[in-house]
Ligand binder design. Structure first.
Ligand code: PMP
Length: 355
């Protein structure tokens, strides 16, 4: 019996204590959380919801929240599905929309959960290699096939795909579903949401974890044609999965209504990203152009593993993968200006020690 679940779970690596540390005060630049607090309006909404009403089950259809999201995105509430983080939404999309016999295509360097979901649900997939600049080759995605999953901007590279290219991919795959994961869209890129009314096979997945500073609430959503949304609801209901809880629905609604705060924090992160990229380049790093709230970097002389350990010893956590092609890269979340000054100072020291 154990063989079955251990085989199915082989790709699942939970966040380690090092990534979600307790105790010692660390600068956490390893899981792309937003360095700024949630909007005051979101916090007020959570406090208001944290009362007598908690006696009652949450609205399984997230009616008010879907209306709030629909208003913000200029779509209809029936085009929105809300789940417990975008990971749950992605997991349901893999279950609902892909044919086990036709490989799903995604990039070979992308969000590591895509192959995990595919393996877990017994789906086949083809990983398309990114080119030497980590750009997505378009041709393999323009052949019709068993569906496509794209992260835009991509993770961990931060590179953005042109909306025209996404449009071409969606149009070329009219008989299968194209999922565009926009977890990091809030930091200056153009969303594919404007295409959902044109293409019934396009599902855009987004989150409140990054741009809205609400990773702790676990709220994500999908935007798409109402038939795709019906598919997600059907899969979710057949497993009787947990609805998003009352506090999370209230907080997310408060956050989506506070566009001014959202714009101000996202703008700040974009300017810190530009400034940090400049400092890192002047220290000998190659920095991938990033449209996300993180930077993907490699140093000309000091190995990434040495930098990772040196930063860890100084109380700064960043992300590294023991994977071909990217094992000499680090992914660094954009924190506050102060966090980034501390990071750059620490990197200067480590590089000097290695000289
Ligand atoms: N997609 C991508 C590309 C991610 O990097 C992440 C999380 N880091 C997610 C989806 C899931 O985010 P969440 O479940 O917090 O919404």
């Amino acid at each position: 019996m154990k063989e079955l679940w251990s085989q199915r779970c082989r790709g699942l690596i939970p966040y380690t204590p090092g990534e979600q540390p307790k105790g010692r005060k660390l600068i956490k630049l390893n899981t792309n959380e937003n360095p700024y607090p949630p909007s005051p309006q979101a916090l007020r909404a959570i406090k208001e919801a944290a009362g007598e009403g908690l006696r009652l089950y949450p609205d399984p259809e997230c009616t008010e929240l879907r209306e709030g999201i629909a208003l913000a995105l200029d779509v209809k509430p029936e085009q929105i599905f809300v789940g417990n983080g975008s990971d749950e939404v992605l997991s349901l999309a893999f279950q609902a929309f892909f044919d086990p016999d036709k490989p799903i295509r995604f990039a070979d360097i992308t969000y590591s959960f895509y192959p995990v979901f595919a393996d877990f649900y017994g789906l086949s997939y083809r990983e398309i290699p990114l080119d030497e600049h980590f750009s997505l080759p378009l041709a393999p995605f323009l052949e019709p096939g068993g569906g496509v999953v794209l992260a835009n901007p991509n993770a961990p590279t931060g590179r953005e795909l042109d909306l025209c290219d996404i449009r071409s991919i969606v149009a070329a795959n009219e008989n299968s579903v194209v999922v565009v994961d926009e977890a990091y869209v809030d930091f200056g890129s153009r969303s594919a949401v404007e295409l959902v009314s044109l293409f019934p096979n396009l599902l855009v997945v987004r989150t409140f974890s990054k741009g809205r500073s609400l990773a702790g609430l676990r709220v994500g959503y999908a935007v798409g044609d109402k038939d795709l949304i019906a598919g997600l609801n059907a899969v979710k209901n057949s497993f009787n999965s947990y609805p998003v809880d009352r506090l999370a629905q209230a907080g997310a609604l408060g956050a989506i209504r506070d566009q001014d705060y959202f714009r101000a924090t996202a703008t700040k992160i974009i300017s810190t990203r530009a400034c940090t990229s400049g400092h890192l380049r002047s220290m000998g790093f190659t920095v991938c152009d990033s449209a996300a709230n993180f930077l993907f970097v490699t140093h000309e002389t000091v190995p990434a593993k040495v930098l990772l350990e040196g930063l860890r010893q100084r109380g700064i956590l960043v992300r590294w993968w023991d994977k071909p092609r990217i094992s000499n890269y680090l992914r660094i979340t954009v924190g506050t200006d102060e966090d980034m000054q501390t990071l750059c100072q620490a990197l200067r020291e480590i590089i000097a020690e290695q000289a």
